[in-house]
Design a protein around this ligand. Structure first.
Ligand code: SF4
Length: 249
């Protein structure tokens, strides 16, 4: 880490959590990491973070209920701006009715909108699901492809959705899923200074061993739901609080 990077890291570590409500214990200022933390030291710290998260979340996996690549693809599209719990309430009836890509491709948009209404953004999600399914039928024989290049060509499918399907269904570590939990916690842990999900993903891919990419994002998502909650992080019970520059304990 050069001097400029070190100064920038220290500034980040000392900065108040902009826009976030953090614990306000006056006697417990934010932990700061040394400005001299080198890239090698950072990698050691990341290894320790991973080891502790592995103990806490050994089997972290996708929380969206699914029994096929198609179901996971549809559920992931539905999860945008929604919660996995909400999506899991909607998908049982949906998947009982629409069993194949052809079924979704033939769906009546007005009916599908009603069926997914509670997940929000139902009009655009309906367009994405029907468009995606039609592309699967036309280009892939109704099957979900297993490459990043082909997946991101499908309507409504971006890199994040493709990473979910590749990692959780096809067991391919092609990237790191960067959702709001991953974005927030990676920043708090000092693993990235980027705001753009693609650049955050690049930073995490450089720090985390490839075989752990899918697990790591699922672990951070679980950590974000249980402990490092956006408006009230429970630093006092966090397994990585001794390694986190944002810890308040
Ligand atoms: S110590 Fe844990 S809970 Fe607190 S900010 Fe860091 S990662 Fe989040």
């Amino acid at each position: 880490m050069n001097t400029r990077d070190a100064e920038a890291f220290l500034t980040f570590a000392r900065a108040p959590h902009r826009g976030r409500v953090m614990p306000t214990k006056a006697s417990a200022p934010p932990r700061t990491r040394s400005a001299r933390e080198t890239e090698a030291e950072r990698r050691v710290r990341v290894r320790k973070i991973i080891a502790r998260l592995e103990k806490a979340y050994p089997a972290a996996t996708c929380a969206l209920h699914h029994n096929s690549a198609l179901e996971l693809l549809v559920a992931t599209i539905l999860s945008a701006q929604s919660t996995d719990a909400r999506v899991n309430m909607v998908t049982p009836a949906l998947f009982a009715k629409y069993k194949t890509a052809q079924d979704f491709a033939n769906a009546d948009p007005q009916v599908l909108q009603q069926e997914i209404h509670s997940t929000g953004f139902f009009r655009s999600k309906t367009r994405s699901i029907i468009g995606m399914a039609q592309a699967l039928v036309e280009r892939h024989g109704g099957q979900v492809p297993d490459t990043m290049e082909e997946l991101v060509q499908l309507p409504g499918v971006g890199r994040k959705t493709a990473n979910v399907v590749l990692g959780c269904w096809f067991k391919k570590n092609e990237g790191v899923v960067v959702d709001t939990h991953v974005q927030r916690i990676a920043t708090l842990l000092g693993l990235t200074k980027e705001k753009d999900p693609v650049k955050i993903e690049r930073d995490l891919m450089a720090l985390v061993p490839r075989e752990k990419w899918t697990w790591f994002s699922n672990a951070l998502i679980q950590h974000g739901r249980r402990v490092c909650i956006a408006r009230r992080p429970k630093c006092e019970i966090c397994v990585v609080n001794r390694l986190c520059p944002s810890s308040r304990v």
